[in-house]
Structure formats: C-alpha cells, structure tokens
Design a protein around this ligand. Structure first.
Ligand code: ZN
Length: 246
C-alpha cells in the first residue's frame, strides 16, 4: 500500500502502484480548522481525500444564510464527484476538525479514476452512500426533535472523525448542519450537560455517557447503518475491510 493512500477509505481500495504514476504526484497536506479547501463556485483544480479530521460542505444563499450539508471524514473525498462532471464546485468545502488529507490535482484524479476499476467501484458506492444519507437526513429533519437530531449528529461526527469522546465542533457549525438556531443548539447542549451526558469545554464537547447519548439519538442512526452495510456488502473488499487489514 502506498503510504499516501494510507488511512483514506477510497484510496485504500486502489490497485498497487497507481498513485506513483500520477503527475503531479498527490501530496499529504495538513488541513487547518476554518481552512477553505474549495471555494464556492470555484473551478475545481484539486480534490481532497481526508485521512483525519472532518470537512463540511457549506451551501449559501445570496444573502448569507448557510447550511452545512454533511461531514466528510476519512471514508470519503471532497470534490471527487464534480471533478468528473461540471468541474465546478457549487458549495464551499471548509475544515471543521483539523487533520490531514491527500491533495490531488483534479486532472490526476480523473486519470486515476480511469486507471482504477477498484476506485470506480468504491466511488460509485460512495455516491450511493451520500445520496442515502442525505435522504435519511431530510426525513430526520421533518420527523425527529432537535435533541434526537443533535445526539445523532454528535455520535456520528465522533465516529466519522475517529475522535474518541471529544468533538471539537462549534455550536455554530452544529446549528448550520441541523438547520437550527444557535440558541436552540445551546439549549439542547445545556440540557444534556445538566443530565451529565456531556460537558462543554473550550469549544469542544466531551461525551461522558455515550450510552445515554445513544438513547437520546433518533433511530436514523440504525437506518443509516443498515443502508451503508447493504451498499458496501460485496465479494470485493470494502473500504473499511481494507483499512482494518492495514
Ligand atoms: Zn432522525
């Protein structure tokens, strides 16, 4: 396994030796909190594959209202759909949790996509996963209360970012992800804090009672897990299986 691909689910499926053939060669870069990796409406000249940290995708109205449409961690990639399509990014990719990512020129990524049947299979499944999760989140938004949605978000962000028990997401970011007022998020967090489920510490949440948080979270978590298991179930090795074997 090329060490560049180490730790990213999609790149971990690559046939050996392919990354070395790309020009320019992909690089492992640090990604800092608040850094905009791809700007709104920007022509896509690079794509990113996180190996740690979390990246949000922000959609904005012309008068500045913003919604964060999800968190991308080491299971996925940023800009990889658009790089093979319009080559424009219609949102903004911003780092919420710092870490590292493989930065790859968009042209090199298109070359890699052509060269690698394994990557094409993985990206097709990842597309399906993203669509399925978006559908479930829409359903969640209209059917589940904010305590349940927020608990789900915290648990899923911890898992996706491999962050243990501490989530360095701001209340503003959580509000944008859930399409809620920041004050509503603050009230929910205060309630969870009073119940001893978590503590707010210097811009981060520390989860002290994950079982209680799980009990508060909605059943969308289970629905997404079942869907993702079905998407990635195959005779071929899954991203997670490849990662686990490394
Ligand atoms: Zn839900």
């Amino acid at each position: 396994m090329d060490e560049l691909g180490f730790g990213n689910g999609l790149l971990s499926t690559l046939e050996p030796g392919l990354l070395e053939r790309l020009a320019p060669r992909p690089r492992l870069v640090a990604i800092a909190r608040g850094e905009v990796l791809i700007g709104h409406g920007q022509a896509l000249d690079a794509v990113f594959f996180p190996v740690s940290g979390l990246i949000g995708i922000l959609a904005e109205t012309s008068d500045g209202e913003a919604v964060d449409s999800g968190l991308i961690g080491r299971e996925g990639g940023v800009g990889i759909f658009e790089a093979c399509g319009s080559r424009q990014f219609s949102a903004e990719a911003v780092v919420h949790v710092p870490g590292r990512a493989v930065r790859m020129a968009a042209a090199a990524y298109r070359q890699l996509f052509e060269l690698s049947p394994n990557l094409r299979t993985a990206v097709h499944r990842y597309v399906e996963q993203c669509i399925s999760e978006t559908r479930q989140t829409l359903l969640c938004t209209v059917t589940h209360d904010m305590d349940a949605q927020l608990s789900r978000l915290i648990l899923e962000a911890l898992e996706r970012g491999h962050l243990g028990d501490t989530l360095p997401l701001t209340q503003g970011t959580m509000a944008r992800i859930l399409g809620a007022q920041r004050s509503t998020i603050s009230e929910c967090l205060a309630r969870l804090e009073r119940e001893g489920v978590l503590a707010r510490k210097r811009g981060a949440l520390q989860v002290g009672d994950p079982a209680a948080l799980e009990a508060t979270a909605c059943n969308c978590r289970a629905a997404i897990r079942v869907s993702n298991d079905a998407i990635w179930r195959s005779d071929e090795p899954s991203c997670e299986a490849v990662l686990a074997a490394e």
